[in-house]
Design a protein around this ligand. Structure first.
Ligand SMILES: [Zn+2]
Length: 70
């Protein structure tokens, strides 16, 4: 799947895409996460070491990929 925000990153692994979004963490990506109810994740984003935080985002990406057929 592609990064739904910038489309510049793609991986078969939703965790990798989630990680990309958390790494980028610019206004574009933060706005998208907030718009999709992940404000909590954005706030937690400062704790970069907590990889478990990506899971919520990855799950959302998976859900969206299923809906749109990838
Ligand atoms: Zn991106």
């Amino acid at each position: 799947m592609k990064c739904p925000v910038c489309g510049k990153y793609a991986s078969d692994d939703s965790m990798k895409v989630a990680e990309h979004m958390m790494r980028k963490f610019d206004e574009q990506h933060i706005d998208w996460m907030e718009a999709h109810g992940l404000k909590q994740l954005v706030l937690n984003g400062v704790n970069e070491n907590k990889k478990g935080n990506y899971r919520l985002l990855a799950q959302l990406l998976d859900k969206m990929a299923t809906k749109t057929g990838g």
